[in-house]
Design a protein around this ligand. Structure first.
Ligand code: NAD
Length: 467
């Protein structure tokens, strides 16, 4: 089946599941909310946002729940479609990332702050921004767009999305399915407007568009820099290179299980995923044994050297990660390393020097370097150095409260996972709620509906107080 036919069939299936109702208004492409150009997308998003604003909280709540139910119902099929298009990551985790969307907070997360005193009352309310311009990554194309949609629509906004070209078809397919179902059930025009095919020109048009007051860019260093340069407000969910520190007091089996769970998730595509590990020398061998016991496969020095040469190239004056290895399975990496790695292995690991490029680079592949360090102090210094000041994510395995506190303070990262996998900070293996846009340089943290509101105050002088 062609991609176009597949998209039509998914939209039809969503409509069939919803039963008979009003006719779907199409954006001309047969895929509601999918546009070749930015201007008509913004016009549609402005119209649908006005309809949303007129409908009140119950409407937003209904739409958010509908989007979550569609993502969940289609998780298996869409996970496969996303993997087929992007060719990076793992099917089981692509599916899990879509299922996790049901935990993204909705309208219940919105807050009104009330002030009451001798001089009257005041209300601080989170108002919508209007149309939000979104840039999304290839690593989680449908999940990022969908989590943004849940958060942004709960806050009363519509959106225009420029997805990564490598994951644009599946994003457009999912948006069309959401928009069709929203039209059918609530008679609202497309709220999730997607540019397909997206280009750097359409990204720039979104950045510059006068009817878009807020930008949300999720991706690596280039897009983070581009969004930070804009004169309008930008929320930037930028790159990470999360270090892990393991000290003498850690529970090594738990540390190994956690590093495997987080570092292998979707073949280490997560921006929060464990990327390099610093282990105190006196327990280094114990930690390596725990990794083997937990099922990770160790590469020897020669194999690591071969893998490094294939996967990370020296390009003029800097290292560049070879895209052919990003998000690929362990057996593919094993082949490059000259090691016979069975299919289904979750994670490769091995001892390296600090100077190995896998340590400073955000490799986004399931090989994690382990560096032997003198003591906790050196581990912390290297963790700070190789996080590069992104302020994204850091992880520690320790039972020494003073060290946990010290690392939390010194790293100054948005997320800090203690004695669990990185995903604990997003509610998987720990407490918290998920989002696929973790705003790092701009400071909003794990995005939620409140992130996409403008705080406005009404103050009533001398009356309306009932006590
Ligand atoms: P990428 O930077 O290649 O692309 C991300 C998006 O930015 C794409 O839509 C791309 O087309 C666009 N883009 C790139 N350069 C641009 C420019 N100059 N102007 C406008 N748009 C531009 O990243 P990717 O490979 O898709 O995703 C992986 C990266 O994203 C990693 O660095 C990862 O850490 C980061 N990421 C961060 C978060 C977070 O929440 N902080 C979430 C997911 C991914």
């Amino acid at each position: 089946m062609s991609q176009q036919a597949l998209i039509q069939s998914v939209v039809q299936e969503v409509l069939r599941q919803l039963g008979p109702g009003k006719t779907v208004v199409s954006s001309g492409s047969g895929r509601p909310g999918v546009f070749g150009e930015v201007n008509p997308a913004v016009e549609t998003a402005q119209r649908s946002q006005r309809q949303l604003a007129a409908g009140g909280l119950a409407l937003r709540d209904g739409i958010v729940k509908l989007i979550k139910s569609i993502a969940k119902a289609n998780a298996q099929e869409w996970g496969k479609i996303e993997l087929d298009e992007t060719k990076i990551g793992r099917l089981d985790h692509k599916i899990a990332k879509l299922e996790l969307l049901s935990g993204v907070p909705g309208v219940e997360f919105l807050r009104t702050v009330a002030h009451s005193g001798d001089r009257g009352i005041g209300l601080d309310e989170g108002a919508p921004w209007g149309v939000i311009g979104c840039i999304t990554p290839v690593t989680h194309s449908i999940p990022t767009m969908t989590a943004n949609a849940i958060n942004m629509i709960a806050a009363g906004n519509s959106m225009v999305v420029n997805p990564h070209p490598g994951g644009a078809k599946c994003a457009a397919m999912a948006a069309a399915a959401y928009n069709a179902a929203i039209k059918k059930q609530f008679n609202i025009d497309p709220l999730v407007c997607v540019i397909e095919p997206p280009t750097l020109r359409t990204a720039e048009e979104i950045f510059q568009h006068p009817a878009i007051p807020l930008l949300v860019a999720t991706g690596g260093p280039a897009v983070a820099r581009a969004a930070m340069k804009q004169t309008k407000r930008s929320i930037v969910a930028g790159p990470g290179n999360p270090p892990v520190v393991v000290d003498e007091t850690a529970d090594f089996d738990n540390a190994a299980r956690s590093i495997i769970a987080g570092g292998s998730f979707d073949n280490n595509l997560l921006c929060i995923g464990e990327k390099e590990v610093f282990v105190v020398a006196s327990v280094f061998d114990k930690m390596m044994a725990a990794m083997r016991k937990a099922g990770a496969v160790e590469l020897n020095a020669q194999q690591i050297d071969k893998l490094t040469k294939a996967a990370i190239k020296w390009d003029k004056d800097h290292h560049a990660v070879n895209k052919d290895f990003i998000g690929r399975d362990c057996d593919v990496l094993g082949q490059a390393a000259g090691a016979n790695v069975a299919r289904g292995v979750d994670l490769l690991f091995g001892e390296t020097e600090e100077s190995n490029p896998f340590v400073p680079e955000e490799q986004m592949m399931p090989f994690v370097p382990f560096v032997r360090v003198r003591d906790f102090e050196q581990a912390l210094d290297l963790a700070i150095k190789h996080e590069h000041g992104f302020g994204h994510t850091a992880i520690i395995h320790s039972n020494n409260l003073a060290r946990i506190t010290r690392m939390g303070q010194a790293m100054n990262t948005t997320l800090f996972a203690v004695n669990g996998p990185c995903t604990a900070c997003l509610g998987v293996g720990g407490e918290g709620y998920p989002s696929y846009s973790i705003a790092t340089p701009t400071g909003e943290g794990v995005t939620n509906p409140l992130t996409f509101t403008r705080f406005r105050r009404m103050s009533v002088s001398g009356s309306l107080r009932i006590v």
